[in-house]
Design a protein around this ligand. Structure first.
Ligand code: HEC
Length: 140
């Protein structure tokens, strides 16, 4: 074997070892485990520490979801969690914020993300101010 062939062989071997290690690391915590979790469980694991159980960000580590429902739908929320920095530029209420939200791990499946996003939209719905009909408005 000529030296270049040996070097190429060693390089290939190294690349596959590195590739294997990277693949194992990105599966860290078992990304597939999210597929068997509910949206609420995924939220509790990945988002709650900053956004709080109900999305009110009680510790001030993130934005509250209150009065944010009008800005979000399944599609743009999926895009946002995948790439917060690029999507916030298109959102008038976030564009000028200097705060940073971490992107979700690439190893989490779209199916798991959809469950998560549905849960987040539900939290936003629950925080919407009650518009109240004429009866509630005239009560006091
Ligand atoms: C390390 C803390 C942290 C974690 C973890 C986190 N966020 Fe955030 N999140 C933030 C911060 C800070 C902002 C405000 C970003 C900005 O101002 O641009 C934010 C903003 C948001 C917004 C926009 C709210 C608005 O004002 O319209 C949504 C939606 C959101 N996060 C969802 C999530 C979801 C879903 C997860 C879990 C996958 C998550 N976040 C995890 C810190 C976090």
């Amino acid at each position: 074997m000529k030296p270049p062939v040996i070097i190429a062989g060693i390089l290939l071997l190294l690349l596959s070892v590195i590739g294997g290690v990277v693949a194992m690391m990105s599966q860290g915590g078992g990304a597939a485990a999210y597929d068997s979790m509910s949206g609420q469980e995924i939220y509790a694991k990945l988002c709650q520490q900053c956004h709080g159980e109900r999305g009110t960000a009680p510790r001030g580590l993130a934005n509250s979801y209150a009065r944010k429902r009008e800005f979000w739908n399944e599609e743009n929320l999926l895009a946002y969690i995948a790439s917060p920095i690029s999507v916030k530029k298109k959102m008038p209420h976030l564009r000028d914020s200097k705060r940073v939200m971490p992107a979700i791990s690439k190893s989490i499946s779209v199916a798991a993300r959809r469950k998560l996003v549905a849960h987040v939209l539900g939290l936003m719905d629950a925080l919407e101010p009650k518009t109240g009909g004429p009866s509630t408005r005239s009560a006091q």
